[in-house]
Design a binder for this molecule. Structure first.
Ligand SMILES: [Zn+2]
Ligand SMILES: [Zn+2]
Ligand SMILES: [Zn+2]
Length: 747
């Protein structure tokens, strides 16, 4: 018989397992990688069930079987069982993901008698870099950047031995034959090529700033007391840095870790996890925030680094030029600001930022989904091949094929041209891994915003290859991403966000959408408020506070946020200012009013800083919203809240926390009230929360409490990012369903 198995079956030790199971049952035949699937041929009338049962029981830890299909009858011509060389085949599922070093490799790493003792590139069939090194499928060494290194005799023996842990481990190597690290100084002069990691660790402990090349990118590394220097060198006045700690015990000194968080921290993906800060020791690492991003070693390098380091935690944050994607080339790394550079000689094929997760109950909110998780796959019901390109910030691209949507790694903010280039390269690479070219795509989904670079890129592809282009409203895409994430066909979505282009050309962002895959109704929103000076008001949030207070008739308070001259200009600009119903902007204005943040220096800063106060606050103050009807839409007014806010005298931190909580809770209650009415009217049984503001755990809690009080189901994200990282997936689902529906009508 001939069997085709699809799923995560390459690069995870699948074929050796098949080999061992077949041998143990005395079977003859072969196993091979075919495209991104695995084909098994067996001579004679083998007991199919018995074989497949045994195989499923022995599956290697990273393997996932999606489908088993018997594709042919018995084969002939084999007098033994063999693993044979890959052949080109149908490419239906993408290569496996970068996977943290396994326990067995860690054990070998610190075994003095092992030939890979302290060798940072140690890996096996169960662990190591995958997506970051792959150029094409099938996943064989020749298709990875490990092809540049010829295996030595000892490695080859392991690679060929079906009973060895490294049997067919495509990226295996050792100190004799594999990549190596070299330590350079600022001038690019070699400092140490004998014990570069030991020397690097000593220098870091002594207070130097270092850059270290990892699997999918570079990290900037320094002890905690180097935070101020990094901030100055890189112009990041208060952006939080990620911290890598030696182990869970080390983390426990600085942050609280729940059971769910512990599991995510030590999973095979090892993302950065946002934890609640415990001590003030990390106050310079994530100023004012209640959380800090922490992770534990995931590669051999990290383990060896902490073996030498005295510090039990260091700043380890993406190394890049401001606004550009993470650096992957050695020559570019040497241009970054640091004292020492620990670089290796293996090419990074695919840039992979560290993933960032926040736990909510037992769910995951992905602030960034990349290393360890991508390419991400989600099952869908449409068959069209849709390419979708996201919005503006935190962009990813998604491609659907044969019942699955595949999402690229985190790309970044396409405000900067190098990121648009990365988007194009990342998309092309994903298409290639799926055996597609742009010309094979049935339709392209983009954001409705006419000035987004992703829309321009989509348009140019559509024109070049004569493909349909479909524009999708931003918050509808958020809602669809939540539907796909939670497996529902309709939801009343609280799409709470920064700003996204609305169908009325206004900037939306505090929306209640009755959402389905083929249509949506905007049943509610926050009140429109002016963005004085347009985009400028997003950075200079004093303009928001000024606008709210001036419109609420609180001129004296408004004057606190502008000089006399500025106030006169702002009052003038306010009349022609673009309008927004954004929830994020209300939080920004509140944060500014309470003196928590005066200016946005990184994405989401004012609201993130406000979150600490929301987390500590109680509903001790009275606030009341008003609801107005605009045709079919109910509008929750925000100006009255600012008017009431101005009536309170707020001095202590405690008062700030309570007033912030009371204010936001009133707003959330108002939104849930309208959403619940919509559920009543439409029969939709669930209210969900999505969009950038839905990373804010205190706000999600408020919404959950209100929704539960209504006896309705509350939906949140788990696999697809809440924020704009999930937009391309939502766009994909909407375009896919719209086109499938169209087809239904035609025939
Ligand atoms: Zn391993
Ligand atoms: Zn070797
Ligand atoms: Zn958004």
């Amino acid at each position: 018989m001939k069997i085709l198995i699809s799923g995560t079956v390459q690069g995870v030790g699948f074929r050796p397992t098949v080999y061992r199971v077949a041998k143990s049952q005395g079977l003859k035949g072969y196993v091979l990688n075919k495209g991104s699937n695995v084909e098994i041929g067996i001579v004679g009338d083998a007991a199919e069930d018995e074989f497949l049962d045994a195989l499923q029981k022995k599956l290697p830890p990273l393997a996932v079987i999606d489908n088993i299909e018997v594709v042919g009858d018995s084969i002939e011509g084999y007098d033994d069982f063999r693993i044979i060389t890959s052949s080109e085949g149908k490419k239906t599922s993408v290569t496996p993901v970068d996977t943290a070093i396994c326990a067995e490799c860690v054990r070998e790493l610190f075994d003095e008698g092992n030939r890979r003792y302290l060798y940072p590139f140690i890996n096996c069939t169960s662990c190591g870099a995958r997506f970051s090194v792959i150029e094409n499928v099938p996943y064989d060494r020749i298709s990875t950047s490990m092809h540049d290194f010829e295996m030595c005799e000892a490695c080859h023996v392991e690679y060929k031995d079906p009973m060895d842990r490294r049997f067919h481990a495509q990226t295996t190597s050792c100190p004799r034959c594999g990549p190596k690290y070299t330590l350079y100084d600022k001038e690019g002069t070699v400092i140490d090529d004998k014990d570069p990691i030991a020397t690097f660790a000593r220098l870091i402990d002594e207070g130097a700033l270092g850059i270290a090349k990892s699997w999918g990118g570079m990290h900037l590394i320094g002890t905690f007391d180097q935070a101020a220097r990094i901030r100055e060198l890189y112009g990041r006045p208060s952006k939080p840095f990620a911290v890598m700690c030696r182990d869970l015990d080390a983390i426990a000194q600085y942050a609280e870790v729940t059971e769910a968080e512990e599991q995510v921290l030590t999973s095979t993906q090892r993302p950065i996890v946002l934890l609640t800060k415990k001590s003030d020791e990390l106050s310079a690492i994530s100023p004012v925030l209640s959380t800090v991003g922490v992770y534990v070693p995931y590669s051999g390098l990290h383990y060896v680094l902490f073996y030498y380091l005295h510090a039990d935690g260091v700043i380890m944050t993406s190394a890049n030029r401001s606004g550009e994607p993470m650096t992957v080339l050695n020559e570019e790394a040497l241009n970054l600001k640091a004292d020492y550079f620990l670089l290796h000689n293996r090419r990074i094929v695919n840039r992979l930022d560290d993933s960032v997760v926040r736990c909510y109950h037992d769910q995951k909110f992905f602030l960034r989904k990349s290393r360890g998780f991508t390419p991400t796959t989600v099952k869908i019901t449409y068959t069209e091949r849709i390419l979708s390109l996201g919005a503006m910030e935190n962009v990813s691209s998604s491609i659907s094929k044969a019942g699955t949507v595949y999402t690229s790694q985190y790309i970044g903010s396409t405000f900067h041209y190098p990121t648009v280039q990365f988007l194009a390269a990342g998309t092309e690479h994903m298409l290639k891994l799926l055996g597609l070219s742009a010309a094979d795509v049935d339709a392209i989904g983009v954001d409705l915003h006419p000035r987004y670079p992703t829309q321009r890129y989509g348009k140019s592809l559509a024109e070049e290859h004569q493909i349909d282009l479909v524009e999708v409203q931003h918050h509808w895409a958020h809602a669809a991403s939540l539907m796909l994430d939670t497996g529902v066909d309709e939801v009343v979505a609280l799409a709470v966000d920064g700003t996204g282009y609305g169908t009325d050309r206004k900037a939306w962002g505090g929306e209640i959408l009755c959402s389905r895959y083929d249509s949506f109704d905007r049943v509610g929103s926050l009140e429109d408020i002016p963005l004085i000076g347009g985009e400028m008001a997003i950075k200079d949030i004093r303009r928001l506070a000024f606008a709210f207070l001036a419109l609420a008739g609180r001129d004296a308070e408004a004057a606190r946020f502008a000089t006399e001259k500025e106030a006169a200009i702002m009052a003038k600009l306010m009349k022609q200012a673009p309008k927004t119903s954004s929830f994020g902007r209300v939080l920004d204005a509140l944060s500014c009013y309470l003196g928590i943040c005066q200016r946005m220096t990184y994405d989401g800063e004012p609201a993130m800083k406000l979150e600490r106060y929301l987390a500590q606050g109680k509903p001790a103050y009275e606030f009341e919203t008003a609801v107005e009807r605009h045709n079919d839409r109910k509008v929750v007014r925000t100006l009255p809240l600012f008017e009431q806010l101005a009536g309170y005298r707020i001095q202590t931190e405690r008062e700030k926390a309570d007033v912030a909580y009371s204010f936001v809770n009133t707003l959330v209650t108002g939104l849930v009230e309208i959403a619940a009415e919509a559920c009543d009217k439409t029969g939709i049984p669930a209210i969900g929360i999505t969009g950038g503001v839905s990373y804010d755990v205190p706000i999600v809690r408020m919404a959950e409490t209100r929704v539960n009080e209504k006896g309705l189901t509350f939906l949140t994200h788990d696999k697809i990012p809440n924020g704009d990282g999930g937009i391309s997936i939502g766009q994909n689902a909407i375009v896919g369903h719209l086109r499938n529906g169209d087809k239904g009508k035609d025939t």
